[in-house]
Design a protein around this ligand. Structure first.
Ligand SMILES: [Zn+2]
Ligand SMILES: [Zn+2]
Length: 161
């Protein structure tokens, strides 16, 4: 059945000079239970605009997965850069092929990438935030090596349908 997850994230306390040059990149990684390879908690790579995702089913194995980014809404307001993503994916019940655990349409981990252009050094860099790291943590500009914001909130993931 078709299911939808909503992912939201924010970078806050953004410094003025860099604020408008910070942006979310179109590729994300999201943990999903995959009925194709029958494993729970597989890392899926999704790209905005792509009609299918890639499930990294093993160390060197991958396959296409029926998941896509249905909405990608960026809000750049005051000193915050927020992101709301809706992921549509096909989910069917199964038991994990190795551990026997029941699959769910939930996800407990996401990684989101952002890019930064330094107006002082005129260089570009990129980095990412993800679910399971210690917070709050500083966001640095790799160009001028200054702190330009804070990653203070764990990205939220919730099942819509
Ligand atoms: Zn898979
Ligand atoms: Zn900079």
């Amino acid at each position: 059945m078709l299911r939808s997850l909503e992912v939201t994230a924010v970078l806050s306390e953004l410094e003025k000079v860099h604020r408008d040059r910070l942006f979310w990149k179109p590729t994300i990684q999201l943990n999903l239970d995959c009925f194709v390879c029958e494993r729970v908690g597989r890392t899926n790579t999704l790209e905005r605009g792509a009609e299918r995702a890639i499930c990294w089913s093993g160390r060197d194995e991958q396959h296409f997965a029926a998941a896509r980014i249905a909405a990608f809404d960026v809000t750049n307001q005051d000193d915050r850069l927020a992101l709301r993503i809706v992921v549509d994916f096909w989910w069917a019940p199964f038991k994990d092929a190795k551990r026997g655990t029941d699959a769910t349409p939930l996800s407990n981990w996401v990684r989101l990438h952002y890019g930064n252009y330094c107006p002082l050094q005129e260089t570009s860099s990129e980095s990412s935030i993800q679910t399971n790291v210690r917070r709050p943590t500083s966001v640095y500009c790799e160009g001028c090596k200054t702190e330009i914001g804070v990653d203070a909130e764990v990205p939220s993931i919730r099942l819509l349908v």
